[in-house]
Design a protein around this ligand. Structure first.
Ligand SMILES: Nc1nc2c(ncn2[C@@H]2O[C@H](COP(=O)(O)OP(=O)(O)OP(=O)(O)O)[C@@H](O)[C@H]2O)c(=O)[nH]1
Length: 392
């Protein structure tokens, strides 16, 4: 019902990565907006030029990431999920992390207290945002957050004053908590996808089982062709359609000649084999997808030929009759021929003279027994225009 664990893991990885790539605009917009904020906070200070160059670098990395995201999306659509693609994606989040790490190093560079607050808050906010937006792929989260946070914590610790030390400890605790949130969030996402896949697999298995049952309920166990139930269903529908469209509809009823004698001579198992081979020919001669060949019961077969006029139905019936003869199945106790033969009753309805399915079957049955009476191995036919007897 469910795939083996390795496949499940791969499916979850793939789903999470697709989710991540498809939503990658959010962290990119966040990174751009936060960098503008940091740049603005340093405008008019001694660090203005450096700050503007840094903002330009952030936007360059954003451009590289946008390009890579597009490439990832195209490759996933073409080849499916590949771990190598995910790691390339993580490498670019690492590039973003490095750029933000450089801002952290700026803390060392005697930034004003206001700028310090903006830089620290921005980097922590970016890391917190990363925990939510990159949690689907932890490698990408750490590739971003480690180079972003470590220089900041290091720079604060190396400032040598109490405020720096307190902020370094505070930032370290924040980072541990954020990493923990990312881990929990990743676990929740994985569980959600696991449940989604289990549900999809279950629905698929149920659908397959339902299709199998439906198929079994409509199939004849011995010959593998449709059974009477399916034949009756289709005939009901076709009879309704005939009234609506007036397109001709033909029915064939076929019976194996002297089949009791065949069973008595060769045994019941040989009789079964014979029915299977006859059924194959019966079905093979119906060329349209909309036609249906069915075992009507015992050694009797029935076919529905949709939109088929009387001439066409007679052609098909004759092909079936000669096809069964051509099988050359020996039948030494048959009075008709030294091999197995069949008789057929053919009926064509054209909608001008309404007939219920039961009436149509009764007509075909009447014709079949006329063919039997007239010597077997032949076709007897009826159409709305009168009786037509065909003989082999
Ligand atoms: N082996 C086998 N025999 C079957 C099966 N279904 C029906 N029969 C046999 O088919 C025979 C049909 O015999 P009858 O109805 O007397 O007809 P017939 O001997 O073919 O004679 P005509 O139809 O008049 O040519 C019976 O002996 C049934 O037992 C089946 O699934 N397998």
């Amino acid at each position: 019902m469910t795939s083996p664990p390795v496949n499940d893991e791969h499916r979850i990885d793939a789903a999470l990565f697709r989710h991540l790539v498809d939503r990658s605009a959010i962290p990119l917009v966040g990174s751009g907006a936060a960098s503008l904020l940091v740049g603005a906070s340093l405008a008019g200070t001694a660090h203005q030029t450096l700050a503007f160059a840094w903002v330009a670098a952030v936007f360059l990395v954003i451009a590289i990431r946008v390009w890579l995201v597009r490439r990832c999306q195209a490759r996933i659509a073409r080849d499916g999920y590949r771990a190598a693609e995910a790691h390339r994606f993580a490498a670019t989040t690492g590039l973003s992390g490095l750029i933000w790490g450089c801002a952290g190093l700026g803390v060392l560079n005697n930034a004003s207290p206001e700028s310090l607050v903006v830089i620290i808050t921005s980097i922590q906010a970016m890391t917190m945002g990363g925990a939510l937006t990159l949690a689907a792929f932890p490698v990408a989260f750490y590739a971003f957050s480690l180079p972003a946070m470590v220089p900041l914590i290091g720079a604060l610790a190396l400032k040598g004053d109490t405020t720096g030390t307190v902020l370094a400890i505070f930032s370290s605790i924040m980072f541990v908590l954020i990493a923990r949130v990312a881990k929990e969030f990743n676990g929740s996402l994985r569980n959600a996808w696991q449940m989604t896949f289990e549900r999809t697999d279950l629905l698929e298995a149920l659908q397959q089982s339902h299709d199998r049952q439906a198929n079994l309920a409509n199939t004849d166990g011995l010959t593998g062709i449709a059974n009477r139930r399916r034949f009756d269903d289709l005939l009901e529908r076709e009879a309704v359609r005939l009234q609506r469209t007036g397109e001709p509809l033909s029915l064939l009823l076929m019976d194996v000649d002297h089949f009791k004698a065949y069973n008595d001579t060769y045994g019941h198992l040989a009789g079964d084999e014979c029915l299977k081979r006859v059924a194959e020919v019966f079905q093979a001669m119906l060329s349209r997808r909309s036609d249906l060949a069915a075992r009507y019961g015992g050694e009797e077969f029935a076919a529905i030929l949709t939109e088929t006029d009387h001439r066409g139905a007679l052609q098909v019936a004759e092909q079936i009759r000669t096809g069964v003869e051509a099988l050359g199945i020996a039948h030494r106790s048959a009075a008709t021929a030294p091999h197995v033969t069949v008789s057929l009753g053919v009926v064509t309805l054209d909608g001008r003279e309404p007939k219920t399915p039961a009436q149509a079957i009764a007509l075909a049955d009447r014709e079949l027994y006329r063919a039997k009476r007239e010597g077997r191995n032949r076709i007897a036919a009826w159409s709305g225009s009168g009786d037509i007897a065909e003989t082999a």
